[in-house]
Design a binder for this molecule. Structure first.
Ligand code: IMP
Ligand code: MG
Length: 179
């Protein structure tokens, strides 16, 4: 795996520091006595970010999973996002925080936002580890953003290329011949 990596953009220490900081920003937004927080991670890209983030969050919460497919092994968003596994938990009148790995074209979070708003949550916010500002459309906002990155395809820390590299501990760019 290491041999496929061209360069590291954000190393694991930088990720750990920023994720801890983000947890502080998120915790400040949800008072502990205000019960009913539901985190909705978008599988599978958010799993490592989720696991690290929630262990720094002090409040009670539930997790409800959603799976959205957009990239089928491609490095460009050629297809629309589609829901392949819907939420498995009731969010009516709950505080909902969607967790995703990256906000790129915004198709994923636009679809997720539409689906979740139909279920009348009390509040709906979004936290993403990465954002590509050059592509993200103005109608899809993230309330919490870990890092803004340039418009290039990255892997690691949960993000994949064709299913691989999710376990690489840093955010990195692959060698051009690997794409
Ligand atoms: P969007 O729908 O275009 O905003 O893209 C969202 C999804 O595409 C993310 O949840 C990722 O799964 C995937 N994606 C977008 N950019 C990248 C990237 O640079 N590396 C890996 N996956 C990406
Ligand atoms: Mg994803």
């Amino acid at each position: 795996m290491e041999g496929d990596i061209d360069r590291i953009l954000i190393d694991q220490d930088g990720l750990a520091r920023r994720v801890r900081e983000m947890a502080g920003e998120i915790a400040a937004c949800y008072p502990d006595e205000d019960t009913g927080l539901v985190l909705v991670p978008i599988l599978a890209g958010s799993i490592i970010f989720l696991a690290d983030l929630i262990r720094h969050l002090p409040m009670k919460m539930k997790l409800g999973m959603m799976t959205v497919s957009s990239y089928a092994g491609a490095v460009t968003a050629s297809q629309d996002a589609s829901l392949t596994r819907d939420l498995n938990i009731d969010i009516t009148d709950q505080h909902v925080l969607v967790i995703d790995d990256i906000l790129d074209t915004g198709k994923t979070l636009r679809l997720v936002g539409q689906r979740l708003r139909e279920r009348k949550p009390r509040t709906l916010r979004t936290a993403v580890l990465l954002r590509k500002p050059s592509k993200a459309p103005p109608d899809v906002m993230a309330d919490f953003v870990g890092f803004e990155i340039a418009d290039e395809f990255v892997v690691g820390y949960g993000l994949d290329y064709d299913g691989h590299y999710r376990n690489y501990p840093h955010i990195a760019v692959l060698k051009p011949e690997k794409y």
